[in-house]
Structure formats: C-alpha cells, structure tokens
Design a protein around this ligand. Structure first.
Ligand SMILES: CC(C)(C)CCc1c(C(=O)O)[nH]c(=O)[nH]c1=O
Length: 309
C-alpha cells in the first residue's frame, strides 16, 4: 500500500508531520521527529530572540483536546537556522515556522532564512501578534495584505502561511481573495488552535492555565469539524495552492478525512503532544487499513474528492 504522497512536487514517505509548536522546540525533539515515521516536520514558530514564554501551567489536557497559552517560548531564530543547516533533507523535508513579534522582526528573520540558502520551507504563522489592542494578523485583513506583500518582496522563494480558523463564509472568501493575489504563497496550513477558549476545574472552581486569566488556544478533537471546514474552504477557493491540514487529528480516520477534504499533508498537534512521535507509526497503519478496506492504492485516488449530497 502506497502511503507516500507528493507535496509541492516533493515525494514524502507519509502525508504526516507535526504541528508547529509541538515536539519541536529543541534539538532533542527535532531529532526525534527526524527519526520518526513522519513524512515531514516543522520547527516551533520562532521570534528574533529567545523567549521563555508564559508562566506555567500554560498547557492543559482536556477530555477532548487541549488548551494552551504558551506565549511563543522558543530558542530564537538563529537556533532553528542552525538546526536547518544540519537537517538531513534527503530524509524528510523541514518546514521553518516564523512568528515575529513585529513586521520588522518577520522581515529580518525571513532575510536570514533567504541568506542561509536553506532548503527549509517557510511557514509564516499568521497568529503572530499584531499591534497591541488589534486582532492577530490572521484576523486583521489589512495587516494580512501588508505582511504578505512585504514578505513576498523580501523572500525570493515560495512560502506558506499558517492560518487561524475562520467561521464565516465571508471571511473564507475575503482571506482566499487576499491569498490568491500572492502567487508566492504556494501552501496554506489550516488551522491554528481556536483562540481564547476557557476551561474550568470543578473542584477548585478555577481555570486550568495561568496566563491570560485562563484563556488559551483550543486543540484536539474539539476542533476537528472546524479544521476540516477550513481545509475544504481554502482547498476549493485556492486551486493553485496546496493545503496542509491541521486540527483534531488523533486517528487514521481523521487523517483520511483531512485528505478527503483537500489536504495533501496532515499535521498532528495535541495527540502528538500526548503520545509522542511513535504516534506516526499508528496513524500510518490506521490510514493504510482504511485505504485497504476502501480499495484505494494511492492517496491521489481520494485526495480532495469529498462528495456533497
Ligand atoms: C499565539 C501566539 C503566542 C501569538 C503564537 C504561537 C502559538 C502558540 C503559543 O506559543 O502560545 N500556541 C498556539 O496554539 N498557536 C500559536 O500559534
């Protein structure tokens, strides 16, 4: 059974990778991903300088997923550039996630990726903060247009964007229109966590994480329907771009759904956080079993072929 797939013309041994931020902050974790059955991998979104991130507890497991307000803890962009220099690209492609705190920081980091001639693929995290008091870039459509114009002129290679979830058809339309004006944006990763959720501990009657009065991004099973919708919405609106699915994946069925909805590569976040990189072995096996049962020999036979009624 052929689980290999093609992403932007690159052969991948499996349509699976980690979600940025999970199991990818430090060299030991990155090495574990490189050695895993994942077909690709991505680094933690980086800022110009190293950051401790928010006070703990800042991640909590929930009955059907997770809540986090990590606060962009990362080793600073140079650390991940050093990793990118050592990475074995024959083994699997590396994505390089960037979430600069300002547009200038993003441009500085991207210029250094450019100068490093690294084969890593840039994934621009559009949940990166904006001017304080304003919505994140992904929800501020003017700022979105500006950052894509600036990065497109500062970076000579194609790149991708990590989008927050959208919940309104008018937003799917508006964001797709903006993205389609940038041909250098050749992939779209949907979705980042659903922002500013809140969960409560019944015994102590308190929130579960310390930062932001307990508010944090929601991941896991809770977000699967929203993730599938965003994958399918951008797959149908951006025919010239590849979609990476992210959100709610913990079984082969979820991987199959993301591929059917239009993803050509699927990221795993919460379930990877909980189960570690061995999860990719199970997801490959489960996906292969589903394909066997359905009589599919390759992913291409069903990828993007979600039927409507
Ligand atoms: C939310 C930000 C801190 C602005 C970006 C980093 C990030 C974080 C994080 O580092 O808190 N968590 C997520 O679920 N998604 C993200 O993109």
């Amino acid at each position: 059974l052929d689980l290999s797939t093609f992403f932007l013309g690159r052969p991948l041994t499996a349509p699976l990778m980690n979600a940025s931020g999970v199991w990818c902050n430090v060299n030991g974790q990155l090495h574990a991903l490189a050695e895993s059955e994942a077909g690709a991998m991505v680094t933690k979104s980086c800022t110009l300088l190293r950051r401790d991130g928010n006070p703990e507890p800042r991640y909590h497991t929930l009955s059907m997923g997770s809540i986090n307000s990590m606060g962009l803890p990362n080793e600073g962009h140079q650390y991940y550039l050093d990793y990118a220099e050592r990475h074995d690209y024959e083994n699997k492609p590396l994505f390089f996630s960037v979430a600069g705190l300002t547009l200038d920081d993003n441009l500085t980091i991207v210029a250094q990726i450019q100068d490093a001639y690294t084969p890593a693929l840039l994934e621009l995290n559009l949940s990166c903060p904006n001017v304080p008091g304003k919505a994140q870039i992904g929800y501020d459509f003017d700022a979105l247009d500006v950052i894509l114009a600036e990065i497109s002129s500062a970076y000579s290679r194609p790149f991708g964007v990590k989008l927050p979830p959208y919940f309104d058809t008018a937003h799917f339309d508006e964001v797709a229109d903006i993205l389609n004006r940038y041909e250098k944006v050749n992939f779209i990763t949907c979705i980042n966590s659903i922002g500013n959720g809140l969960m409560i501990d019944m015994d102590s009657e308190t929130v579960l994480i310390k930062p932001k009065q307990g508010f944090g991004g929601i991941g896991g099973e809770y977000v699967l329907p929203t993730a599938l919708a965003n994958v399918n919405a951008f797959h149908s609106r951006c025919p010239k771009k590849s979609i990476i699915g992210c959100g709610g994946v913990s079984t082969g069925e979820h991987v199959f759904m993301h591929l059917l909805a239009g993803a050509s590569l699927v990221q795993v976040g919460t379930a990877l956080y909980e189960q570690g990189p061995e999860i990719f072995v199970r997801l490959k096996t489960e996906l292969a079993t589903i394909m066997q049962e359905k009589g599919y020999k390759t992913i291409r036979e069903f990828q993007g072929k979600l039927k409507t009624l």
